[in-house]
Design a protein around this ligand. Structure first.
Ligand code: MN
Ligand code: MN
Length: 459
């Protein structure tokens, strides 16, 4: 059983649609390099498509009816959208859920120091990274500084072509004899990931003049004192735009495609569909890369609370209606999968790997060491999904995350499955996953969006 390469079968019209979608995708990636930026950009796109704030609807005492489109936000980092369907909510929703946090380096709360007339910001990495990949590349700083009076200053340095960028240094190869003998996990250690931010000392200062000069610049540009780092969320990410990749420009090379590729395709599918049987829902959540913890992670009650609010606004709320709605829902946990890499063939099992250009990927289960920690989707559910995909001519493939016992991973699927709903992992195959620059196939982005549309219409 082998899947064919979808590129061969595309018509001119399909290729045009594919390019348009991928152009929009690249713009989305550039506009959203942090979870906060992603929420902002997603709300902008949703409002353009007629979505309104659920909380505003509630505050005005309005009732929701079939066809109404609403969204709700949790702490500016997690977003949920709903479009009311024809069936009562008790009969369940069709849910697409992706995450919008990506591996990165966070700036510590007391980060600034000077050593040998060089100023640094100390970082603590977020999510699973190969630390050695983050040295010597151009880096940008995105985030917010919240002042004591509650005023928020937005920071974005290193993306405009006139902006300076930042760098984490590495030892020159000439002096690395001993270092090169170390394990890859140890060759660059967490505390060595310090961002070099300056080298000019203030003229009149004898001690720590470089640090003082950086503080002067922070004050000038962001009205920021050193203490304001305490209430800042500053994320160090690769600098630069999402690019087309390959001589045939068939791929996208960009930061943060895990999982913004599924976030974007889910959101686009959500904004495209109308007149659905079930109420549709698109969830874009934070904190997946660190275990879905915290108020903005999938394990929080935010989603459940918003479904309760939705039921109430539809005049359908009761505790049993809420439970029935969640249990009867169907979900695609939209997350990326590892693409087969011929250079590292030994880590994959070829029959059950995801390939570039073969469409949307389904992972019946994830986990590690004998599927531990995974959500295992039901055969009946997978069968229903096959039916939907074939009806809408979506190219898809099934895969596991690498060879048995080579490693593993998880998504938000198992958390949603706790409600008793049907959930399966599905999304786009990625090369270099979790690296500063990740690769996807434009064809897979296109097929995955089509797949999400099919699901919202047919689920
Ligand atoms: Mn992911
Ligand atoms: Mn990930």
């Amino acid at each position: 059983m082998e899947r064919t390469n979808v590129w061969k079968g595309y018509t001119k019209k399909q290729l045009k649609e594919l390019e348009e979608l991928n152009l929009g995708y690249r713009k989305f990636l550039d506009a959203g390099k942090t979870e906060r930026e992603c929420v902002k950009e997603s709300i902008r796109l949703a409002e353009e498509a007629g979505y309104k704030s659920l909380h505003k609807v509630i505050a005005k005492g309005k009732k929701l009816k079939e066809g109404d489109k609403v969204y709700a936000v949790c702490m500016k980092k997690t977003l949920v959208l709903f479009q009311i369907g024809k069936k009562p909510l008790e009969e369940g929703m069709a849910i697409l859920g992706a995450h919008i946090d990506s591996p990165r380096l966070d700036i510590k709360q007391n980060p600034l120091y000077e050593d040998t007339e060089l100023a640094y910001l100390d970082t603590h990495y977020y999510g699973g990274i190969k630390k050695y990949q983050w040295v010597t590349i151009p880096l940008a700083v995105h985030g917010v500084v919240v002042k004591k009076d509650g005023k928020t200053v937005e920071v974005n340095i290193g993306e405009d072509k006139h902006d300076p960028v930042f760098c984490i240094t590495d030892l020159l190869v000439h002096l690395s004899g001993e270092k090169m003998e170390k394990k890859a996990a140890k060759v660059i250690e967490g505390e060595e990931l310090d961002l070099l931010v300056g080298s000019i000392p203030l003229k009149e200062e004898e001690k720590e003049g470089v640090k003082k000069n950086i503080l002067r610049l922070l004050k000038e540009k962001y009205e920021m004192e050193e203490e304001d780092f305490i209430s800042a969320e500053l994320e160090v990410v690769p600098a630069g735009q999402a690019r087309e990749s390959g001589l045939d420009a068939s791929m996208i090379l960009a930061y943060g495609q895990d999982d913004r590729v599924c976030a974007y395709t889910s959101l686009m599918a959500m904004l495209e569909v109308n007149d659905t049987q079930r109420t549709t829902c698109c969830l874009l959540v934070d904190k997946e890369e660190v275990g879905s913890v915290g108020a903005t992670g999938m394990k929080s009650l935010f989603f459940e609370n918003m479904v309760a609010e939705l039921l109430e606004a539809c005049g359908q709320y009761s505790d049993i209606a809420l439970r029935r709605c969640l249990a009867a829902s169907r979900m695609l946990s939209s997350d990326v999968s590892a693409a087969y890499d011929p250079t590292f063939a030994a880590s994959y099992e070829k029959k059950n790997a995801a390939y570039f250009g073969r469409g949307m990927v389904f992972n019946k289960f994830t986990g590690s060491r004998g599927k531990s920690g995974s959500n295992d989707a039901n055969a009946e559910y997978m069968a229903a999904i096959r039916q939907m995909l074939d009806k809408h001519k979506v190219a898809y493939q099934t895969a596991e995350l690498g060879k048995v016992d080579v490693g593993g991973g998880g998504t938000i699927a198992y958390i949603m499955a706790l409600y008793g709903m049907e959930v399966i992992d599905s999304g786009v195959a990625v090369l270099n996953m979790h690296a500063p620059w990740e690769l996807t196939s434009k064809a897979d982005v296109y097929e995955t969006k089509k797949g999400y549309v099919a699901f919202l219409l047919e689920a």
